[in-house]
Structures are given as C-alpha cells and as structure tokens.
Write a protein that binds this ligand. Sequence first.
Ligand SMILES: Cc1cc2nc3c(=O)[nH]c(=O)nc-3n(C[C@H](O)[C@H](O)[C@H](O)COP(=O)(O)OP(=O)(O)OC[C@H]3O[C@@H](n4cnc5c(N)ncnc54)[C@H](O)[C@@H]3O)c2cc1C
Length: 473
Amino acid sequence: MRYDAIVIGAGMGGLGAGIRLAMFDRRVAILERHYVWGGLNSFYGKDGYAFDVGLHALTNYVPPGVRGAPLTRVLKQLRLRHADLALGEQGHSEVLFPGRRLAFSNEPSLLQEEVARAFPHDADRFRALWRELEASEWDLPQRETISARAVLAERLTDADLAEMLLLPICYYGSATEDDIDWGAFKILFKSIFIEGLARPEGGVRRILNLLVKRYRGLGGELRLRTGVREIVVDGGAARGVVLDDGTELECDVLLSSAGYAETMGLLSGDAPQPPVDEKERGRMTFLESISVLDRTPAELGHHATTCFYSTRDRFAYRSPESLLDFTSGLTCAPNNYRSEKPLPQGLLRLTVIANGAAWCALPEGEYAERKAELADRAIASFGEFTARESFPGGSRDDWREHTVYRDTFTPRTIRHFTGHPDGVVYGSPAKRGDGATGVDGLYLVGTDQGYLGIVGALSSGIIMANRHALVSA
Ligand SMILES: Cc1cc2nc3c(=O)[nH]c(=O)nc-3n(C[C@H](O)[C@H](O)[C@H](O)COP(=O)(O)OP(=O)(O)OC[C@H]3O[C@@H](n4cnc5c(N)ncnc54)[C@H](O)[C@@H]3O)c2cc1C
C-alpha cells in the first residue's frame, strides 16, 4: 500500500503532524504500536479509576484570542477551538527549597512580587530577565547549546534564586543532566511562568479525543497495535516501512516520533547506520505515583496546584545512582485547577527522578515490591520535608493515611508502553531542530526534534509536517 506520508507514533507529535497532513489532502497513516493513542501523555483505567499518564498541566495557557501565542497558533493550525479544551486555570503553584518559598500563578505579577520579597537584591535583575524572556521568540535556535546555569549566573547575583527558577524548568523539560540549554530554558520559562498552567476538564482524554476525531474526520488513517519493525531505505532515501507482522507500506515522506536513536535503530539492514554518540543518549526519567484520596488535597493542606521542591539548597537533576532520588520532586493536585465540574475524588500525584536503567534491570520478582516500597518512601520524604521547614500556608500533610487507591508507574512502565529505551522521558540532550536524520525523506517530530510537552510536541508535529511534507501545499 502506498501513502503520501507515514507517521510513526500517535503521541502528541505524531497526531499534530497527522492532522496537518490530512488537512492538506495527503494520504496519511499514523502507525502506533500501543493499543491506545497519546504516547507519553496518554490515559488508562485501572480498578474502576480513570488516570492520565503524563498530565500535570497544559503549559502555555493563554485566554482565547491572544495573538501569536503558541497555544493560539497550535489551535489555529489544527482548526480547534479554545472552548473545546474547556481549560481550567491553576490557582497558584509554588517552589519550595529549605527555608524558602516562591509562589507563582497565571498572573505574571505574582512571581515578580515574590522574587522582590524573597530576593530584593536581585529584583531589578529579575525584572530585566523577565522582559528579555518575554520578548524572545518561541523558537528553537539552530546552534550549539548554551548552559542556562551559566547564563543565569551572569544575569542574577543570587545562586539560590537561579536554583529556584531552574527546578520547575528542568522538571518540565530538560533532557540534559544538571542543566538545560538556554534556548530551551527561554521556551519553558515563557510556557510556565509568563503564560501559565491549565487543565482540560476531563484530563488529557479530552485533548486526545479531539485530536483523533479531527484527524479521522479529515480522512487520516490511525492504525493502532501496528508497530514499525523496519524503515526501508533505498538509494539513501526512506521509501517505506515494514510492520511487525511483515506487511510493507510505501510512502514519499516518513515522519518519526519514536526518538532519534530509536528511529536510527529501525533503518533497514543495508542502510548505513549513523553512530549514536553516548552523549546523545538521554537519561532523564521519573517515577510517578497517583494517589486517590478520601478527601480533597486542600483538606490535607495541599493548596498549590503544583509544588516543585528540593530538600537541599542545590538540587540534583540527574539520573541517581540508586533507583530513586528522594531529595527533589514535584506534586500536582488536579483538584486545585478551577473547574465547573469538580473531580469525583481527591487526587495527588508525586513525581521524582528515577534511574531508568536500574528500574528496567530489576528482576520481575523484585519489581512490584520495590515499586510499592519506594513510592511510599517518596511520599514520606516530601511530608517530612514540609513538616520540618514549616512553610507559609500551613502543613502539607503526608497523604498516605488518606489514600484509598494508589497507582505507580516507573521507567519500566514507560519503556513498555512507548518503546523509549530505559523509559527515558525527555529524549536525547542533542535536539535536532530541523528534524533532519541524514536520510532523505525521513524526519523527526516531537521530543527529539526539540519541543516538549503537549503544546510543544503538537507544535513540533505541525512545524515538521509543514516544512518537510507540505512544502508545495
Ligand atoms: C510522568 C510524565 C509527566 C508529564 N507531564 C506533562 C505535563 O504535565 N504537561 C506536558 O505538557 N507534558 C508532560 N509530559 C511530557 C509529554 O508527555 C511529552 O513531552 C510529549 O507527550 C511527547 O510527545 P511525543 O509525540 O514527542 O512522543 P511520545 O509521546 O513518546 O510518542 C511516541 C509514540 O511513538 C510510538 N512508537 C515508538 N516506536 C514505535 C514503532 N516502532 N512503531 C510504532 N509506534 C512506535 C510510541 O508507542 C508512542 O506512542 C509528561 C511526561 C511524563 C512521562
């Protein structure tokens, strides 16, 4: 069978690309190995509960009609209406370090006031940084990476302030250990602090179902349980794919959201296999527990929508030696988004950094036990930290006694459902902004092209489809 374009993966990147292609009457198929769409940002049901995989927040929130904003542009390109997402804005979020707290919300003045209060000696420098970032393009520069830590050390005098700004930004999208590229920092600073956080009513299902409906409505084919075993390369160009069941499909253009190294690993035997440098292999991944509570998070003192924390003055953003790092993390209370329909139960998510290779190597017999034990310890560590530091706003109680159900996923779960080696979430530290792979007709979309998160990965799919498959549209 022959297509104008084939897209590997039905995550946000693949769906964004597929819709654009179908909109311009391309004969397109999205091939997804899993039985459901969404990739790293999917959904599932367990024991009668409905859970989202990756959704803490839709970043880049702006109200309807804000011209030029990434969310507005994505909705326009996909012909979706802002109202269809039914977005509820965050109340407020916070960053907690020993003895220090910064609150932020979708009202940009809050973070500026908080910085002026907690770091008065850096207030003017922070305002100047804010203006610079506000004016910057939401664009990935095509150049060598620059250390955001080094740039912040030049712009701010207080290293504690730099740490508190870096923590949420790294957790929401850095593939680089202990740092982030300055270009990516600018994009994420805008996405989180200048624009803001929101949640679609009903969770990520709402966005995904809209995307799939739009794609199918335009005539696009979505094939689930359809893995790509091989990319056929002939004369230096991608010509099609071989599926897990041996079926061959031909195409003019192939877009892959599987990741750079994963995609290169699929090239057919006689195609030259570009070496993947060890430095290009990402390691950043996480364990996440979702607790269903017998009351709302606010009744247990969790008033923030998201809470990023470090129990040390300097946080370690790197794959730990052991299975988990308990010294930093983030919580998310979906109940604390404004919504006309309150959630049926209290929910608290807790995310901490994990060693993906170690989780994937655990013997089967040990895995379930370690997962339960360590997820428990991560919640306990957060409770001990907030009790010890007595932050403004009262205690944020340990919620284990009020948990009626808990589900936990690890890098091993992520590997199982997305195919990313060691369950790595943020892909390679070396992004490929132009999507090029070195093979004609084969381009990257999503995480390893460089834009992350829901709005980011959708943008990546749109931009790559526009550039590489719709040039004559
Ligand atoms: C715990 C967690 C929390 C997160 N929280 C947020 C959040 O709050 N807000 C936010 O915006 N983002 C969040 N993210 C990040 C966000 O989920 C990702 O950045 C984004 O979804 C990446 O999309 P993608 O399309 O690039 O890749 P993926 O989602 O990885 O999609 C790739 C798809 O390709 C498929 N695939 C791979 N190989 C093959 C093959 N050979 N054949 C067929 N199919 C294949 C995979 O099954 C997968 O579905 C979170 C992620 C995680 C894991």
